[in-house]
Design a protein around this ligand. Structure first.
Ligand code: MLT
Length: 339
């Protein structure tokens, strides 16, 4: 009797196994890991989430992605390295954290290069963006498959209102480990402190640094209003945040799956553009409600622009692919070389 129960159990297990193996709906799903530097609700997260949904839909459920926000998988620059090494699948990072691995991408971190969301969209989606995608594959071993559009980086600090270049004096400002951004602050007369993103909140809280810059939405979702008081709308960088995939992983996919990945990225980028248009105004208002004071340098903006463009751009002509590359980018957005 005991033996009979055992045999029945084995037969049942085999039948269940067979049913699962043959059923088209019970295919093994592969879940990729996606790192994010920012918190939930930010532009990185919203674009990443949309991409994951589309990836699942466009691959008939074969692929999906799990999101790890708040630098859980490492600093943004570490995650780019890990995608290159193939130990991580996907990551959404600010463009300034890709530039150290692929210098020509610095075109998009030149101060006052991008003057509107429209400029950012044209440059990332057009031939200039496509060339940078190719360069990044070659230099950094990662492929940009989508873009989050996060708005202009604004300066925040805990010490005093800033509305002119002179007001910056005496402030210790954190910047990403990005040579162009470091030089932008130097052009305004201060020596900034390069620091990884995942260390920034604590450094602001412990007053190791007085301020930093990031888009309104990033400052909001990272709760910087808890440790910062003043905002200056310097608008020197429009924050573009690419979703990168390990190139090794991309190359392992069938042509159909590669196309599904690229299509999902394109649609997620458009979603991101609409998301920031919809959200930025209300976020700005919420920051004021949280007690932040917003300064617009208006009359003094010219000084920020002139110093940063004239002193910084020429230093990086070679890195970004020559002065001609800057001229081509300006032409694409209907502007002329400013000096
Ligand atoms: C940085 O400041 O390092 C990044 O812009 C942070 C981010 O990705 O939001």
């Amino acid at each position: 009797m005991k033996r009979n129960v055992g045999s029945v159990f084995i037969v049942c297990a085999l039948v269940i196994g067979l049913v699962f193996a043959l059923s088209p709906t019970v295919q093994a799903k592969t879940e990729w890991k996606m790192a994010l530097g920012d918190a939930e609700g930010g532009t990185q997260y919203e674009m990443g989430k949309k991409f994951a949904e589309l990836l699942e839909k466009n691959t008939g459920g074969k692929l999906s992605a799990h999101l790890f926000p708040n630098s859980q998988l490492g600093s943004e620059q570490e995650t780019v390295q890990n995608c290159r090494l193939g130990t991580l699948d996907l990551s959404v990072v600010a463009i300034n954290n890709v530039t150290p691995f692929s210098k020509t991408v610095g075109l998009f971190t030149l101060p006052y290069m991008i003057l509107s969301l429209q400029d950012g969209f044209i440059l990332t989606q057009g031939p200039i963006g496509q060339q940078l995608v190719k360069n990044t594959i070659k230099d950094a071993g990662v492929r940009i498959i989508a873009w989050a559009y996060s708005g202009f980086r604004v300066l925040t600090n805990s010490k005093k209102p800033v509305s002119s270049v002179a007001d910056l004096k005496g402030l210790v400002i954190r910047v990403p480990k990005n040579a162009i951004m470091i030089d932008a602050y130097k052009s305004w007369g201060i020596n900034p402190t390069p620091m990884a993103w995942d260390e920034t909140f604590t450094a602001l809280q412990q007053k190791v640094v007085d301020g930093q810059d990031n888009p309104y939405i990033t400052n909001y979702v990272m709760k910087f209003y808890e440790v910062q008081k003043y905002v200056t709308n310097i608008r020197y960088l429009f924050s573009l945040e690419p979703l990168v995939i390990s190139e090794g992983l991309f190359q392992k996919q069938s042509p159909e799956v590669q196309q599904a990945i690229l299509n999902s990225g394109k649609e997620a980028s458009i979603y991101s553009m609409n998301y920031i248009v919809e959200k930025e105004g209300e976020i700005k208002k919420a920051m004021v409600e949280k007690g932040m004071e917003i300064m617009d340098p208006a009359d003094n903006e010219k000084e920020f622009i002139e110093k940063a463009t004239k002193q910084v751009w020429p230093k990086f002509y070679k890195d970004v692919g020559g002065k001609e590359r800057i001229e081509a980018a300006l032409k694409a957005v209907g502007r002329e070389f400013p000096f």
